[in-house]
Design a protein around this ligand. Structure first.
Ligand SMILES: [Zn+2]
Length: 366
């Protein structure tokens, strides 16, 4: 058997390989202690059971991610399916009998630079595409602006501050592609109401390409870099924040993935940073998801256990711009949809969820 993780978003360390079994581990994020994202290619004789042991799984950033989790596999990197996965003896053990010689295995369905390139090219005909920043690894953080040039209100949507959460990029892809459709009645109504959309499909392209879970190339967790009391340490957040202040923000959505929970949920701003006038709106946002999604699960956290100046964008924006602000967390684990269909929030499901965010924004802003 041969194992390779030396490609875009790849992450694996090989320790020992026999014909049917590989002892592997997950590499740490660049310059950081986090790790969890894995993605590798196995080349081996088809038709027999292959076992892949991720030997450092129990010390990963979210060890609770593993019980009940099943890894994704693909023969062509287009069609992905779940494979038998056990969390046993502190190892994540993937077992699969492949039909073909080459199989890719990943923590979630990867969203690639080529897909982002195609999205931006498709947007360029209708929207304004600009480079917000060129990163340390010479990749671009792209900003796409949709809607009337004289917009009175501005919606900001960002995805993938955390590098290894590709579900977030699938969701924003669905949302941005819907914004391209001027015939869509919801899109039309939003534009006619003087609402423009500022979308950043990947805030952390370096980390994504490097196969990181959370950090950028410098090892910074971007969604802990929005302190109200400190200047950002990362060039990504600094550039985004500067632009948000220059344009203004009237609605903010930050898209993420959740390792532990097998459902869709929201992170609301800390009560101490929430403008009193926003409390009801934030509840309406939550009601929208509760009513629309069978996969929705609420999370009750004790606010006293959380920090108001958390460094998370959701808190910074609620405090600074006094506007609706929330995180959508999409699961790495399997979900069941309204008709019992499995994996209802895999890539296609994330795209659908992104599209439906425009229905929510219409409900809240018009
Ligand atoms: Zn995240």
């Amino acid at each position: 058997m041969q194992i390779d993780g030396n490609f875009e978003s790849g992450n694996i360390v090989v320790h020992n390989i026999t014909a049917a079994e590989a002892k592997l581990s997950i590499r740490h994020d660049s310059n950081a202690r986090y790790y969890q994202w894995f993605y590798f290619k196995a080349t081996a004789a088809p038709g027999q059971i292959h076992t892949f042991r991720l030997t450092n799984a129990s010390d990963a950033s979210y060890p609770h991610a593993w019980p009940g989790y099943r890894a994704l596999a693909s023969y062509n990197r287009q069609d992905w399916f779940r494979v038998n996965t056990q969390y046993n003896e502190n190892q994540l053990i993937i077992k699969h009998r492949p039909r073909l010689e080459t199989t890719w295995y990943a923590f979630f369905v990867p969203y690639t630079e080529a897909m982002r390139g195609q999205l931006l090219a498709d947007c360029a005909a209708v929207a304004q595409v600009e480079t917000l920043l060129t990163t340390e690894q010479e990749k671009t953080v792209d900003l796409v602006r949709f809607g009337p040039p004289d917009a009175g209100r501005k919606v900001w949507i960002v995805a993938r501050q955390h590098a290894g959460e590709p579900m977030a990029e699938y969701a924003i892809d669905g949302l941005m592609r819907r914004l391209l459709d001027n015939e869509d009645v919801v899109v039309k109504a939003l534009y006619e109401a003087g609402i423009a959309f500022y979308c950043v499909p990947n805030v952390n392209p370096d980390g994504s390409a490097l196969g990181n879970l959370r950090a950028n190339a410098a090892g910074i967790d971007l969604n802990r870099d929005w302190k109200q009391t400190l200047e950002p340490r990362s060039i990504e957040v600094a550039a985004l924040l500067k632009r948000m202040h220059a344009e203004g923000v009237d609605f903010f959505l930050d898209l993420h993935g959740d390792e532990n929970r097998p459902y869709l949920w929201l992170v609301q701003p800390h009560p101490d940073v929430l403008a009193p006038a926003m409390a009801e709106t934030q509840q309406r946002i939550e009601s929208f998801f509760r009513e629309q999604y069978i996969e929705y699960g609420s999370l009750t956290e004790d606010p006293d256990a959380l920090e108001a100046d958390s460094g998370m964008a959701v808190d910074y924006v609620a405090w600074t711009f006094k506007c609706p602000s929330f995180i959508i967390e999409l699961p790495f684990k399997d979900t069941f949809g309204p008709d019992g269909e499995p994996d209802s929030l895999l890539a296609e499901g994330c795209i659908r969820l992104g599209r439906s965010c425009l229905d929510l924004i219409q409900t809240i802003m018009i």
